[in-house]
Design a protein around this ligand. Structure first.
Ligand SMILES: Cc1ncc(COP(=O)(O)O)c(C=O)c1O
Length: 356
């Protein structure tokens, strides 16, 4: 029996969260989002290939709507709702890419999106959510405040909570990036993605396992937020206590639904230093001309830190997003890295990082 089956709870199948998505569900998600999401390009850079002694195929989700793969999951979730559910709107607590993605997906469906954001969230992120028509509800910058405020919003409006990663509709939507990659590339030895809460990783692993079972799936995560690495080794979820990293999309801890899928289908989770993340991000900008955010640079960073680890392989890498605050570049010494900055954007609940 697979790990995922042992933790599937009774009643789950009947809930709006559904069950572990199979290939049919992932393909249905791809169809559902096709009219709204971009089919993102694959790109390649010989210089980077030489540096890591492998052939890298970049799936450019930095060119996705809202600038990140998150739009896939959010759109699948919003367009999966029954009309009467959708009419009540959707809600989430997030200051990251999921908030923007949900706001735009809701606007496309013509329903309200309520986004709980901590006071002090970067102005650029607030502006993006508001620009997509999301209603922002401010709360104190603690996880507890975010959860209580969200519960109030849901009670008042009847909106459907759409979790950033611990939701099968989200996992199926995120899986569509890997699905497209495999449609465009006949063969791959390995697929690498960054991992935060595990929506992208679980979805990618399910798609790859179904379509190309011989290919390995490997994730990369910051050393300063290494809960997925530790959880996989321990065989149970071990949340991050005070995650610290410039990769602000990866501060979250693995979700309950994500972990068993990852335990079943992921070969390894490689940890990466902050220096390597910054170096990989710079290389993607300078050499490949690909504007990615720090969280997207993790797979390349993991390869740069381990010369020749997958020598000669053809590796698909999902470049997960490109939302960079140009006033806060990691290599810009005019703003000193502080723990408040490093841990400022946290999605999801098991995480204990409360400094935003
Ligand atoms: C750009 C980017 N990459 C990776 C991730 C991690 O995704 P997940 O939480 O599904 O693991 C996020 C999450 O916000 C993100 O915004």
């Amino acid at each position: 029996m697979r790990f995922a089956d042992t933790v599937r709870r009774e009643g789950d199948e009947m809930s709006t969260l559904g069950r572990v998505p199979d290939l049919g569900v992932i393909r249905a998600a791809a169809q559902r989002i096709a009219a709204h999401a971009h089919r993102t390009p694959l790109m390649h850079c010989s210089t980077l290939d030489e540096m890591v002694s492998a052939r890298l195929e970049f799936k450019c989700e930095n060119f996705q709507k809202v600038g990140a793969f998150k739009f896939r999951g959010a759109t699948n979730a919003v367009f999966s709702l029954e009309p009467e559910e959708a009419a009540r709107g959707v809600a989430t607590h997030s200051s990251g890419n999921h908030a923007q993605a949900l706001a735009l997906a809701a606007r496309l469906r013509g329903v309200p999106a309520h986004v709980v954001m901590p006071r002090g969230a970067p102005a650029s992120k607030r502006a993006a959510v508001a620009g997509y028509g999301g209603r922002i509800i401010e709360c104190a910058p603690t996880l507890e405040a975010r959860e209580t405020t969200l519960a109030e919003v849901v009670r008042e409006t009847g909106a459907v909570f759409v979790h950033p990663y611990d939701d099968y509709r989200i996992i199926a939507g995120q899986a569509t990036a890997a699905l497209e990659m495999l449609e465009d590339l006949a063969s791959l030895d390995r697929v690498m993605v960054p991992v935060g809460g595990g929506g992208l990783l679980a979805g990618s692993a399910l798609a790859i396992h179904a379509l190309l079972p011989g290919a390995k799936v490997v994730a990369a995560e910051p050393l300063g937020a290494d809960d997925a690495h530790r959880s996989l080794a321990a065989g149970r979820i071990l949340p991050s206590i005070h995650p610290q990293t410039i990769a602000d999309g990866l501060l979250t801890s693995l979700g309950e639904r994500n972990f068993p899928i990852i335990a079943d289908h992921v070969e390894d989770i490689l940890t990466v230093s902050e220096g390597a993340i910054e170096r990989a991000m710079r290389l993607l900008w300078e050499r490949a001309k690909l504007l990615v955010e720090p969280s997207s640079a993790l797979p390349l960073a993991a390869l740069l830190e381990r010369p020749g680890i997958y020598q000669g392989e053809r590796i698909g890498i999902i470049l997960s997003g490109g939302n960079v605050d140009l006033d806060r570049l990691p290599w810009d010494s005019t703003h000193a890295p502080s723990s408040a900055r490093l841990a400022r954007d946290v999605d999801g609940s098991p995480n204990r990082a409360e400094t935003f």
